[in-house]
Ligand binder design. Sequence first.
Ligand SMILES: Cc1cc2nc3c(=O)[nH]c(=O)nc-3n(C[C@H](O)[C@H](O)[C@H](O)COP(=O)(O)OP(=O)(O)OC[C@H]3O[C@@H](n4cnc5c(N)ncnc54)[C@H](O)[C@@H]3O)c2cc1C
Length: 240
Amino acid sequence: MAQFKTFNAQLARSVALSEFTKHLEFEVRGTDHVGFVPGQWLSVKTDTPEGEEMTRAYSIASPPTENGSFAFCLNRVQDGFMSNYLCNLEEGAEIAFQGPFGSFILHPPPRDSVFIATGTGIAPFRSMLQWMLAEDDRHQGRQLWLLFGARREQDLYYHAEFDQLAANHDNFHFLPTLSRAGDEWKGLRGYVQQHLGEIVGMRTDMHAYICGLAKMVKANRELLKTLGWDRTAIRYERYD
Ligand SMILES: Cc1cc2nc3c(=O)[nH]c(=O)nc-3n(C[C@H](O)[C@H](O)[C@H](O)COP(=O)(O)OP(=O)(O)OC[C@H]3O[C@@H](n4cnc5c(N)ncnc54)[C@H](O)[C@@H]3O)c2cc1C
């Protein structure tokens, strides 16, 4: 098996996105540069107190930068080792990782696209959409929809950022949907797959990107296939 280089990064900023979720920003140590493409993930490595080596994948939640810094959007999994280890890190702490890996990246040439996420599945789309919308020639003439599902309004990570991106770009449509919305919520309700059909209509000439837990990914892939989509137009990343 190929040996991959191990890099070190320092936690520069840790921000709570909700009770169980954090946005962590890292700076790569030394002169190393991690060149990644939006949508890719890193493999974080550490040892448990029992000395067992653990590795887990985390999508990069930020667009590529000159200095190679990157962010994660991390959910604490109950009784999970790595997610709690990362969420408990203090600013200044170092992690070891390998990568980037993964082929969940934007298809060239761009088409009108729908991005479908639940929970921390939003991470690769924050990277992709910030990258695409930063330069006109990466998105001009294309319509982009972000369908983001969460239970409650406080679980819509990066809500204000995506609202701002939508306000700045007529061709970017941010559609958050809540499965347990309170009466005051004015937006969409229910699961992401309940709204996908309204976005794509009869079209089969778009791209779809889906990220989150396997059950949600399956429901959306099956719906698109029922609507006549070619499977090559659907890219997905499963977290479990
Ligand atoms: C390509 C890829 C990218 C990923 N990117 C992210 C990311 O950006 N952010 C993120 O938070 N996670 C991401 N994950 C999930 C992550 O790799 C870990 O699986 C997760 O953090 C749990 O690891 P753990 O060691 O804490 O728990 P584990 O000890 O591995 O699991 C504890 C228990 O939780 C269940 N479980 C495992 N993963 C999940 C999950 N994601 N949600 C709910 N239950 C789970 C397991 O079945 C097990 O019963 C990604 C996974 C993949 C494959």
